[in-house]
Design a protein around this ligand. Structure first.
Ligand SMILES: [Zn+2]
Length: 479
């Protein structure tokens, strides 16, 4: 039997606001536990929430960037459940009237194909606190409310994805967008961008959906890929062996590489949603939506297309360079300094990104500026240095945090040696020092040529113009 996979994703993106959604406590991550708390976010009796306007603005941004309708009147609702990390006994979220609805996101479905994934809704809500279970056998658990009331956007997709790879492509595209918009830092390890996946299978050709399971606890793209793939195989096994998939929530066990039952449908919460009486409906007028629309940056997909059209980059290079807004900005600044876009792209992808990856730092912390890189490439272009020397200089610029490659080339005596007379003298010296190799070459051993070129390079500290060095050496040996 041939099965079709059906996947829908629910993403929680933590908003990069300075303060929480309903109080003025800081949202900063990693502070001493319970430092960023007040009566509102710890749920003290009588404390009243006040909506952070910035969160609404961020929600509008996300909605516009994903083609959603922005609901001019939307309502906060209480989602009731009991858990120690939720001091009020309910989470303030949105239910019947979310801020955004009916959007979409286009993703690459491989082989040049595009798939449009529907976005059902985007709503605003508060995050819960965090339980801490120390590994010290004390039997004590702690709760940290620093995260309680930190603003989240929940972005719910339609069940439009057909493979684990598509689910990952959607997540990557969505993460790129919220990062480009500057509304979320996209950090999956710290949990500021996280997702749950609804997964089901059905015989190919059947229209009705199969019974779905919800997967939780996947904190990287790789884990999403593995968890969904495992779950699909598991469901197929269940069906093939005559059983039925049970609707339930399953946890991804990253160490074992399997999904395990967390809770069944009968244990699912009845959240008893109702409009929060402490908060007025949110009214968004057209002027506000227009103002936000005008402030939107160019989005990753559009920018990638422009990089291909304007700079003549291949799709994969354009994709890498538009992988983050900062990287794309860096590229364009470097091209402004040195206007040959393809070599700039090649250099960034090979040398620059390799250095950054080795040190595990982002482009924001790169010691070499776009101007520095552009200046270096100019030196290669005008023949002052060879590409090989340029790599050395680049490494030195990076290491010493310097951006004056011209001065560094002079100080190190690495200016390319392209003076014919001088090179001839050096070639003669090398041949005089290695008569045996020279004779061997003349006797037909062509392999020794590389050795002799190497000697010329050594004598010139690698600065000899390689083409000229080759020509002169060959002329001397064969002339
Ligand atoms: Zn607070």
């Amino acid at each position: 039997m041939d099965y079709e996979v059906v996947i829908g994703l629910e993403v929680h993106a933590q908003m990069r606001t300075a303060t929480k959604i309903f109080c003025s406590c800081s949202t900063s991550f990693g502070d001493e536990p319970n430092r960023n708390t007040c009566p509102v976010c710890t749920g003290q009796p009588g404390a009243l929430p006040v909506l952070n306007r910035r969160v609404v603005e961020f929600a509008i941004r996300a909605g516009l960037a994903t083609g959603c309708r922005i609901n001019s009147g939307n309502v906060f609702a209480r989602k009731n459940y009991f858990y120690p990390d939720l001091p009020k006994g309910y989470q303030i979220s949105q239910y019947e009237l979310p801020v955004c609805e009916h959007g979409h996101l286009d993703i690459d479905a491989g082989e040049g194909e595009t798939r449009r994934v529907g976005i059902t809704r985007i709503h605003m809500e508060e995050d819960a606190g965090k339980l801490v279970h120390p590994d010290d056998r004390s039997g004590v658990s702690y709760v940290d409310y620093n995260r309680a009331c930190v603003p989240l956007l929940e972005i719910v997709s339609e069940p439009d994805m057909r493979s684990a790879a598509e689910a990952v492509a959607y997540l990557k595209a969505l993460r790129d967008i919220v990062m480009y918009l500057g509304i979320c830092d996209g950090n999956m390890e710290e949990g500021s961008f996280r997702c749950d996946a609804n997964v089901s299978i059905r015989p190919r050709g059947q229209e009705a959906f199969g019974t779905r399971t919800e997967l939780k606890n996947m904190n990287s793209f790789r884990n999403v890929q593995r968890a969904v793939e495992f779950e699909v195989e598991r469901q197929i096994d269940v069906v093939e062996s005559g059983g039925a998939v049970v609707q339930e929530t399953r946890l991804w066990d990253v160490d074992k590489g399997i999904t395990v039952t967390m809770r069944g449908k009968e244990e699912a919460h009845d959240y008893r949603y109702f409009p929060d009486p402490d908060l007025l409906p949110v009214v968004i007028d057209d002027a506000w939506i227009d103002a936000v629309r005008r402030s939107l940056p160019e989005l990753p997909r559009a920018r990638c297309g422009r990089f291909m059209a304007t700079y003549g980059l291949a799709a994969d290079a354009a994709g890498i360079l538009t992988g983050s807004r900062a990287l794309a900005d860096y590229y364009e600044a470097a091209v402004e300094r040195f206007s040959r876009p393809v070599p700039v792209a090649n250099w960034m992808i090979s040398e620059l990104l390799r250095h950054l990856n080795d040190d595990n730092i982002g482009i924001e912390d790169c010691p070499v500026t776009p101007d520095g890189l552009g200046s270096l490439l100019k030196l290669v272009d005008d023949g002052t240095i060879s590409g090989k020397i340029a790599k050395k200089i680049f490494a030195a610029m990076y290491r010493e945090r310097r951006n004056d490659p011209g001065a560094m080339v002079e100080a190190r005596g690495l200016r390319q040696l392209a003076d014919g007379g001088e090179l001839e003298g050096i070639v003669d010296t090398v041949l005089a020092e290695h008569p045996a190799e020279a004779d061997s070459y003349r006797g037909g051993n062509r392999k020794v040529f590389g050795f002799l070129v190497g000697q010329v390079m050594r004598r010139t500290k690698g600065t000899a113009n390689p083409g000229m060095a080759n020509d002169i050496l060959r002329a001397r040996l064969e002339g």
